[in-house]
Write a protein that binds this ligand. Structure first.
Ligand SMILES: Cc1cc2nc3c(=O)[nH]c(=O)nc-3n(C[C@H](O)[C@H](O)[C@H](O)COP(=O)(O)O)c2cc1C
Length: 308
């Protein structure tokens, strides 16, 4: 199966990316993974200031996945611009990089785009509107506030010519409307989904298993919510969709493709098996050969080969 796919104005050598927050800035993985074999990766979400993150423990496993409340721990705009992006520009060529940004306020998103846009080494931005542990206005995550989606995406759009993907939430009862808002505001793609709010309790003590209390569910438990969200988004837009949530096996990626995803991202699976993403790429090739599917792009519902 031909895996190369043209999305966001560039050729991805295959549709498999590492998801934001699960691969740092790439350099953390060079000893365990051939980054250049990937379709690409999304950086950890960058905030204006350096953030230390939430109290430990920040991750907890359960039978169907993982919970995290990392709290967007990251080195902040300046160090990313001065250290991380130059490393990416010098070392990552075939894999395509999206830089993820997350503001505390609407204005912070604009400052992040302005501060990062002049740097080299990346194709576009993923605007994280949906972190369940952060990024909210009046206690509502930006992704669930349609006016905030419009304001943030249109303001980012005005500040960069690079492609922007808006990362939305799985628990959005008006997802189609939110997708349309993002598109009307100038998004070039939609990433679905971020983690789903959840809570794990220790049964003896009754205390939360994460230091912060609640967190975000990822891994296999999230997969049906992710696939549904992609399908719903596909019926609302013809923009490219980046599907993420619970992908382990080639069949999971194919299911996202069938629902309408043009690219897929993998996160939690890589914690247990650091080479899970390169295994997925090989597995997709095998899957296509066995099924006689000529190209990844043939799977994706609703695109008619007109992916922008
Ligand atoms: C430890 C951890 C940290 C994450 N950090 C971010 C982040 O900084 N920005 C973001 O947009 N998503 C973040 N995510 C969400 C992932 O990018 C992805 O949307 C989610 O985990 C679902 O995919 P998965 O089931 O393959 O992990 C994080 C997820 C995990 C598990």
């Amino acid at each position: 199966m031909r895996l190369a796919t043209h999305v966001l104005g560039v050729e991805f050598q295959n549709p498999v990316l590492l998801a934001a927050g699960t691969c740092g800035f790439g350099m953390e993985l060079v000893d365990v993974l051939d980054l250049e074999a990937l379709g690409g990766f999304v950086t950890k979400s960058i905030t204006l200031e350096r953030r230390m993150g939430n109290p430990a423990p920040r991750v907890a496993e359960f039978d169907a996945g993982m919970m995290n409340s990392v709290g967007l721990a990251n080195p902040g705009l300046e160090r990313v611009r001065d250290e991380k992006l130059p490393w990416i520009a010098a070392n990552v060529h075939r894999a395509k990089v999206l830089v993820s940004v997350a503001g505390h306020t609407v204005h912070e998103y604009y400052q992040l785009i302005e501060g990062l846009d002049p740097s080299d080494g990346f194709v576009g931005f993923e605007v994280n509107l949906s972190c369940p542990n952060d990024a909210r206005r009046d206690s509502v995550p930006f992704a669930l506030d349609p006016d905030a989606v419009t304001e943030i995406v249109s303001g980012c759009r005005a500040r960069t010519e690079r492609p922007i993907s808006a990362k939305l939430a799985p628990n959005d009862p008006m997802l189609g409307e939110t997708v349309r808002r993002a598109e009307d505001a100038g998004a070039d793609a939609i990433t679905l989904v971020n983690t789903l709010p959840g809570l794990l309790l220790d049964t003896d003590s009754g205390k939360a298993r994460l230091g912060q209390g609640a967190g975000g569910v990822s891994g296999p438990a999230l997969r049906p919510a992710g696939i549904r969200a992609v399908q719903e988004a596909r019926s609302a837009t013809r923009l490219p969709l980046l599907g993420v949530g619970g992908i382990l096996a080639p069949e999971d990626a194919v299911a996202y493709g069938r629902a309408g995803a043009n690219l897929v991202q993998m996160g939690t699976a890589t914690f247990a098996a650091p080479r899970a993403a390169t295994d997925l790429i090989a597995g997709l090739e095998r899957w296509g050969r066995r099924r006689g599917v000529a190209a990844w792009g043939d799977l994706c519902a609703g695109n008619d080969g007109e992916v922008r």
